[in-house]
Design a protein around this ligand. Sequence first.
Ligand code: CP3
Length: 345
Amino acid sequence: MPPASLFLRALNREATERPPVWLMRQAGRYMASYRELKAQHGFLGLCRSPELACTVTMQPIDAFDPDAAIIFADILLPAEPMGFTVDFDPGPKIGGKVRSRSDVEALRSFDPYVKLDYLYQALRLTRAELSRRDPSKALLGFAGAPWTMACYLVEQGPFKHFQGTQVFAANEPLAAELLLDSLTDVLTTYLLAQLECGADAVQLFDSWGGNLSLEDYRRWSLPYNQRIIQAVQRTGGKIILYSSGSAHLLPALAESGADAISIDWRLPIADAQRHLRGRAAVQGNMDPTHLFRQSEDVATEVRAMIRSIPEPHGYIANLGHGILPTTPPEHVQTFIETVKEGWQR
Ligand code: CP3
C-alpha cells in the first residue's frame, strides 16, 4: 500500500475499506503528557521548538493511533512576522493596529522559511518520524483562512461573535479588501512551504466564516479561499476547507474547489454529500461536547454517524470543531476505535 493511502484516498473521493479518522486539536490540553510539557515550556515555547512541536504532534498518534497527524502550531503564528504581537493565555491576545488603509499598508509580507523556520523544521522532523514508525499516516499542515485571520487581527480580544470585523468591513471596505488580499498572499506562501516540507495535505480553518450571510461570505471569504485553494492545487497539493456553522454556505462551499469540506454537527453529513455531488470529500462532524457522554454512548453515536453516510468513499471521520480541553482521553480512544470498526451497513 502506498504511504498515507487511506487518508489520501478518501481525500481523493475514492472508496476506502473504512473511513480514515483524526481529530481537530488532537494534540493539546486534554492529554496529561501535553500539559506536562506545556508547564515547562509554555504554548509558544512548544510551537517554536521543532523537536518539542514534533513530540507534541506525535503524542496523540502514539496514544490513539489516528490516521493523520496535524502539525503542532497555531493559525496566529504568521501574524507576528506581519507586524503584530501575539500571545496566548490560553486564548489569543493580539497587539497591533488595523483601523485604516494606512495601517494595513504598513503590514509586512515575509519569507516564511526565514521568519517561521521552526515550523518548517518541525514538519521535516515529523515527516521523518512518521515515515520511520508508520508511513501510512498522513501529515497535515494548516493555516487560518483570510477572513478568520482578519477576525483576530481586527478585534485583538476579547473575542465573542466577531461582529467588529463585519463592522470594519462595512465602514472601511477598501482597507478590509487590502487586508484580506495581503493575508491571502502571505497564507498561500505559508501553506505551499508546508507542503514542500512534508505535509501530505493542508487544512484551511475558516472557523468564523459561518458568521457571515451567504452574500457576505461570497464577498469577504470565498474569493480569498478560492485563491489559496487554486494555488495549492496548481502545485499538486490537496486542501481541506473547514467551516463551522456553515449549512447556509453550502452553495458557496461547493464552489470553493477544495478537495474536502469539513463541517460541524449542525449540518448532517448526508446533506453535505448530496449538495456537493462528488465535487469534494466531506470531513466531520461529531459535536465535541458529545465526547463527554458515557463511552458506550460515544460508540453508539459514532456508529450512527458512519451509518448515515450514503457512499463508502470521500468521507473522513472527525469532530465538527476542536476537542475541548477537559475531554476524557478514553472517549477519544473510543471515538477512534469505533470509526475503525468500519462502514456500518
Ligand atoms: O489540531 C492540532 O492538534 C494542532 C494544533 C492547533 C492549535 N491551534 C494549537 C493550540 C490547531 C490546528 C489550531 C488552530 C486554531 N487556532 C484555530 C482554528 C481551529 C478552531 O478551533 O477554530 C483557531 C481559531 C486558533 C486560534 C486559537 N489558538 C485560539 C482561539 C486558542 C485558544 C483556544 C483555547 O482552547 O483556549 C488558541 C491556543 C491554542 N492553539 C492552544 C492549542 C493547543 C491552547 C494553548 C494552551 O495549551 O494553553
